[in-house]
Design a binder for this molecule. Structure first.
Ligand SMILES: *Cc1c(COP(=O)(O)O)cnc(C)c1O
Length: 426
């Protein structure tokens, strides 16, 4: 096999030829190695200015800030539409920033989970993020069904860590005309596995179900084509790979073949009605003919301001295509360094196929001492996270992590991996 130059390059060499290397300086990162952008992305330096601008407008304009100038708060959420649409592969009438992730899942299930006596099942994964599980379960109860009959969970085969794509599609086929909704993640939060979203959507539609994705770990991590894949709906948060800060505004997608369907059940509020007549305060709901009609409340401007800062940085980096190119290099580099330095002492649960993984690694310590190793990493200022029962998640993010960060992580992991932590401070 011919080796590419990349297959032996050092971190230093890879950083030197990295076109995105300069973007690290646009973020304020805690001291140490920050590999936890899968949980909370770091602060974009420019976010302070974006927020300060709104503070100033608030201080000087007061309530007039809602109606004044290109940053008018009543339209402020539109300032992120184009960039969000680009990131998820959507058209502009299909994407809106609103609420938070779990809230959006509920609002979208009101529209896209329409159970009948014969067709009432929701397919989720067995190891779903608890919030998604709770949301699906409570939607089932709310419609008068029983989760014991209507909530179907999909697990890897015994002894396997991740879902086989063909098993997912076969399960959807088997559920057939009892299946009302498929609600799966784009990227699984624990293993980092990327699910085959286009195939899942086609399989769901083939049996007459609707298909929605939770993109919390997918957006700004992997490339998405929600419109072309014909996905019915999706929701995500923006504080992970989108760096909008803790509790940042959520995002939602509804395919534009549904956005002006007035037969869809929907929870409504004044921000979903025609903006031209909204302030006449009449009570005839006149749905905006875009996904905006799912909005309930006026938009969280300060949170959108930090998101705008992050989205501008992503744009100047060349968008998700450029980020993913670097990400794949970083994934290969971390794979290679783990194999060389840690060998069998560390197992990665993330599938090895590039098409089935994003930037997050799900590492299991072979000696069973994972929690102690995680604590030792924390003490060494390596930021990753621990997910029960036994996984250390580490995500090199192309926008702000260098190859040197990855190398340092491997060196420190090598130092602590066999180390028994006996108690606090040990
Ligand atoms: C991060 C995450 C959440 C968090 O939900 P919020 O409503 O933003 O608090 C939910 N589901 C998944 C899959 C996540 O990764």
């Amino acid at each position: 096999m011919i080796e590419s130059p990349e297959s032996s390059a050092t971190a230093e060499e890879l950083d030197a030829s990295d076109p995105l290397a300069e973007f690290r300086q646009h973020f304020e990162l805690p001291d140490g190695v920050y590999l936890v952008g899968n949980s909370l992305g770091p602060l974009p330096k420019s976010a302070r200015q974006f927020v300060e601008t709104e503070f100033n407008r608030w201080a000087t304009l007061g309530v007039e800030g809602h109606f004044t100038g290109p940053l008018s708060w009543k339209d402020y959420h539109h300032l992120v539409t184009k960039q969000l649409a680009g990131l998820v592969g959507a058209q502009q009438d299909e994407v809106v920033a609103m609420n938070a992730l779990t809230v959006n899942l509920h609002l979208l299930m009101i529209s896209f989970y329409r159970p009948t006596a014969a067709r009432h099942k929701i397919l989720i994964e067995d190891h779903a993020f608890p919030s998604d599980h709770f949301a699906a379960e409570s939607q089932i109860r709310q419609r008068g069904f029983d989760p014991a009959q209507s909530l179907v969970t999909l697990a890897p085969r015994p002894g396997e860590e991740t879902l086989r794509p063909s098993d997912i599609l076969a399960t959807i086929g088997d559920l057939g005309d009892e299946l009302a909704l498929v609600l799966l993640p784009g990227v699984q939060y624990y293993t980092g596995q990327v699910l085959p979203m286009a195939d899942i959507t086609a399989a769901g539609h083939a049996v007459g179900a609707t298909v929605g994705f939770d993109l919390a770990h997918a957006v700004a991590n992997v490339e998405l084509q929600l419109h072309d894949w014909n996905v019915d709906f999706a929701a995500w948060c923006t504080y992970k790979y989108l760096n909008s800060g803790p509790g940042g505004v959520g995002g939602a997608f509804v395919h534009n073949r549904h956005v002006s369907d007035d037969k869809l059940p929907k929870f409504t509020g004044w921000w979903g009605t025609n903006a031209a007549t909204r302030f006449e305060m009449a009570c005839d709901f006149d749905a905006i003919p875009t996904v905006d009609s799912w909005q309930l409340s006026n938009a969280p401007v300060l949170s959108l301001a930090t998101l705008r800062a992050a989205l501008d940085i992503i744009d100047s980096a060349g968008g998700i295509g450029a980020m993913r190119r670097k990400s794949e290099q970083q994934i290969r580099f971390l794979d290679r360094r783990l194999a060389a330095q840690l060998g069998a002492r560390i197992e990665n649960l993330t599938p090895p196929e590039m098409g089935q993984r994003g930037c997050q690694f799900a590492l299991r310590v072979a000696n069973g001492n994972g929690k102690a190793v995680f604590k030792a990493l924390e003490e060494a200022n390596v930021y990753c996270d621990w997910r029960e029962p036994d996984v250390i998640r580490a995500a090199p993010v192309p926008l702000y992590n260098s190859f040197a960060d990855i190398e340092r992580f491997v060196q420190i992991l090598d130092r602590v991996v066999d180390h028994e932590v006996e108690g606090p401070g040990a």
